[in-house]
Design a protein around this ligand. Structure first.
Ligand code: PLP
Length: 232
């Protein structure tokens, strides 16, 4: 079943790229495997996927040793500073940086390992109260501020668009994030390269690709619905 889901997602990505006149190589598919057991990740790995997204640091820590070392793990969820230690030596990118203090702490942890961690700035492009992320109007200054920190490198923007049954409703938000990314790139800020746009999930990744996404984060479309364990 997973292989079929994946084939269907791959086909839709290819079609969206074709509609937008983009090459398939410009878009990276990240399989969002949160809450899913390593057996399912292995199946998707066997089908060729190497990029996996998780939103809980402990889950990355636990899954990491059980799976092949050439997996590229992406931290896509809200990150608390005291949990950075679980993932700093395991992930290839942190998509969810939305405070200077978090960026500082990531830089410090990376510095101890002698690495530079690529990060994306999470933008709350629809201005939803319930969502993390910085305001679009603050994005440029925020990028400037954290770009001066050692051991991190800003590589683009990320957003979680509103949940909707009609993906067309999110098109303006994706377009806005793309524009913001281009505008910041044009400022030529030292140590900043805005080439990644992480946007689009199961409900709206095709529209996101049409609007310029370079990374789509697809969970349900590959792994099926998530069942969250009951928390007492
Ligand atoms: C869970 C999650 C996804 C994937 O969501 P689906 O709708 O299942 O594709 C993508 N991005 C983030 C940040 C997530 O937390």
């Amino acid at each position: 079943m997973l292989t079929e889901n994946l084939a269907s997602v791959e086909r839709k990505i290819a079609e969206a790229c074709a509609r937008a006149g983009r090459s398939r190589e410009e878009v990276k598919l990240i399989a969002v495997s949160k809450t899913k057991p390593v057996e399912m990740l292995s199946e998707v790995y066997a089908a060729g996927i190497r990029d996996f997204g998780e939103n809980k640091p402990q889950e990355v820590r636990d899954k990491y040793p059980q799976l092949p070392q050439d997996i590229r793990w992406h931290m896509i969820g809200h990150l608390q500073r005291n949990k950075i230690k679980y993932i700093i030596d395991k992930v290839c990118m942190i998509h969810s940086v939305d405070s200077v203090r978090l960026a500082q702490a990531i830089g410090e942890a990376a510095g101890k390992l002698g690495i530079v961690m690529p990060v994306l700035v999470e933008v709350n492009v629809a201005g939803e109260e319930s969502k993390d992320g910085i305001r679009p109007e603050d994005a440029e200054n925020f990028v400037r501020e954290i770009s001066a920190l050692p051991n991190i490198r800003v590589e683009g923007l990320m957003t979680i668009a509103p949940f909707t049954d009609n993906p067309e409703e999110n098109r303006p938000y994706f377009r806005k994030l793309r524009k913001l990314c281009v505008d910041i790139q044009e400022k030529n800020i030292d140590n900043v390269n805005m080439y990644s746009l992480s946007m689009g999930m199961t409900g709206d990744y095709e529209v996101a690709i049409e609007e310029g996404a370079t990374m789509v984060r697809v969970g349900t479309g590959i792994f099926g619905e998530r069942i969250y364990p009951r928390t007492e």
